[in-house]
Design a protein around this ligand. Sequence first.
Ligand code: DMJ
Length: 643
Amino acid sequence: MTTPALLPLSGRRLPALNLGASSFPHHRATLRLSEKFILLLILSAFITLCFGAFFFLPDSSKHKRFDLGLEDVLIPHVDTSKGGKSLGSFLIHGQGHDEHRHREEEERLRNKIRADHEKALEEAKEKLKKSRDEIQAEIQTEKNKVVQELKKKDSKPLPPVPLPNLIGINSGEPADPDIQEKRNKIKEMMKHAWDNYRQYGWGHNELKPIARKGHSTNIFGNSQMGATIVDALDTLYIMGLHDEFREGQEWIDKNLDFSVNSEVSVFEVNIRFIGGLLAAYYLSGQEVFKIKAVQLAGKLLPAFNTPTGIPWAMVNLKSGVGRNWGWASAGSSILAEFGTLHMEFVHLSYLTGDPVYYNKVMHIRKLLQKMDRPNGLYPNYLNPRTGRWGQHHTSVGGLGDSFYEYLLKAWLMSDKMDTEARKMYDDAIEAIEKHLIRKSNGGLTFIGEWKNGHLERKMGHLTCFAGGMFALGADGSRDDKAGHYLQLGAEIAHTCHESYDRTTLKLGPEAFKFDGGVEAVAVRQNEKYYILRPEVIETYWYMWRFTHDPKYRQWGWEATQAIDKYCRVSGGFSGVKDVYSSSPAYDDVQQSFFLAETLKYLYLLFSNDDLLPLDNWVFNTEAHPLPVLHLANTTLSGNPAYR
Ligand code: DMJ
C-alpha cells in the first residue's frame, strides 16, 4: 500500500513566488555589492517564508484523500459552503501573515506558560492547606469532569456526507394475495419474537424463550449490550414495524454504552452491532446509529495492535487488551473473523472521512495476498504474532465462510471498482471448486472440508450460504462463467434443501455427511441440532432473485412452516436439539440472528424485488443491508469518476 500523497487538495497548488528572471536586471553581467545585498535579503526572506509555511500550514495529507493501492478510497466531500473557509482558501490567504502570526503566537504561548506556572504554584500552596479527604474529593470531581468531557466529545456530530443512492427501502408489497398472506405470516413471527424479547429479555443480548429471561454467550462479553435490539432494527424497519423500531432506537440512544469492562468477539460485534447500526442509519437516517457505530468501532481498533496487524479475535472494550480463542490452532486468529470486517470498515471510513478503518482492512488484504497458499487454498488459521498459517484446514463453512463472501461483496459494494477483491474471490473459488466441491454417489453436489491434504466429505449448515454466494458472483465471473456459477448455486441450494427434507422436522441439521451410503444426513448426535440458522433460506432468496423459479418460494415456505410448528413457543422461538426426533427438546435460545437474518430473508423471499434491490444494496454476513458506494457520490479529486 502506498502512503498518502502530500499534495494540496483538488489539484490546487500554493501560488509560486516569482523569483524568475523578471525580478532582476538581466542586462548586467555582474551585480554590484548593494544589489548582492538586496538579493541576499530577498533570499533569506524566502527561506524564512518556506520554514513558516512548512511548520504552520495545515498538513493536507490528513484531509480526505488516502490511497487504496489500486483504487482510490471513497471519502466523501464535506460541503464547506455553509460557513467556514475551505481548506484551499485558507492555504492561499494565510501565507502573507505567517511571520507576524508566528511571533504573536510565540508570545502568547510564553505568557500562557508563565501564567500556568504561577497558577500551579498557587494551587499547590492552597492544596497543602487542605485535608486528605478534601483533596481526594477534588480529584474525584476532576475525574468526573474529564469523563463528562470525553462523553461529550464522543457524541459530537460527525461531518455531513452525501448519502448514497438509498432506493427500495419502503417497497416490495406483492400483488398476489397468497404471497401477501405468507409475507404477513412472517411479519407476525417477527412480532412474536420481538414482543417476547421486549417483555422478558429487554436489554439483554438474547432471550431464553422457555425460561422467559435474558440470555447471553461469551461472544458478547459479560455485559448487556442489547444484541437482539441492534440486530433486529433493520428487519423491523423494512417490515414497517415502526413503533418497535422506535422503541429499539430509544433504548440504543439511552442505554447502549461501550465503555464497559467486557471482552467481546471483534467479528461478532462488527457484523451484528456495527453492521446493524450502519444499516439502521442508512434506512432511517437517524444520526444516533451512525454515532454509536463509530464509537464502537473506535473500541475495536486496539484489537489490531498485533505484530502483523491481523487483529485478535477478542478485545476488552475498556482496556483494549486483545487475545485469541484458546481453542484456535497455535494461538491463531480465524480467517472468517479477521476476513469479515471489510464492508463495515469501508463504510466507517466513508461516513467519518477517517481512513483509519479502511487502512486496517486493506492491510489485512495486502498481507493475505503476499502469503503462500497451499493448493491455492486459504487455511482457516493465521498466527497474528508470526504471520504464519496454523493448521491447514480450509472450509467454506465455519471458520472460513464469510471471508470469501466479503471478497465478493467488497467488489459489489465498490460499484465493481475494487477489482483486486474480485480477483482474490475468483482465485479462491477456483481452488475451492477444484479441491473441495464434489458430487455424491446419489448426484448431490456438496462442499467438503480440506484437512491437511485430506477431503472430509461433510458439509455444515453454515456452508449452505455458498449457494447464494455463487449465484451473486455469477455476473462478472472470470471467463464469463456466469451460467456455470448460477448452476452451482442451484445445485448447492438443492443439496441443502435435501438436508432439510430428509429430517423428521423438515429443518436442517448443523452438519451432514456424504459417506458410505449416507447422504445429506447428520450422523453424530451432536450435529443434529437446528438453532434457527439462516444460511439455507439465504440461498433460497438469492436463487429466487436470480431465477424466479417458484420452487425457491415453495422451499422457503416449507421452512417457515416447520419453524413455526417446531420452534415456536409461547415465549418466542427456540432452537431444537434433534431434527430427526418427532418430539425434540428445545435449546431455549432465541438467537439474535433469527431476527436479523432468518426472518429477514424469508420476508424478502415473499416480497417483490424492488425491496432492497441488489444493484443498490449489499447485505453483510449478518444480513444487514449496506448501500453500494457509487462513485458518483464522491467528489474525491483522485476519484476515477473525475479523471
Ligand atoms: C451469523 O451470525 C452470520 O451469518 C455469520 O456469518 C455466521 N453465521 C451466523 C448465523 O448462523
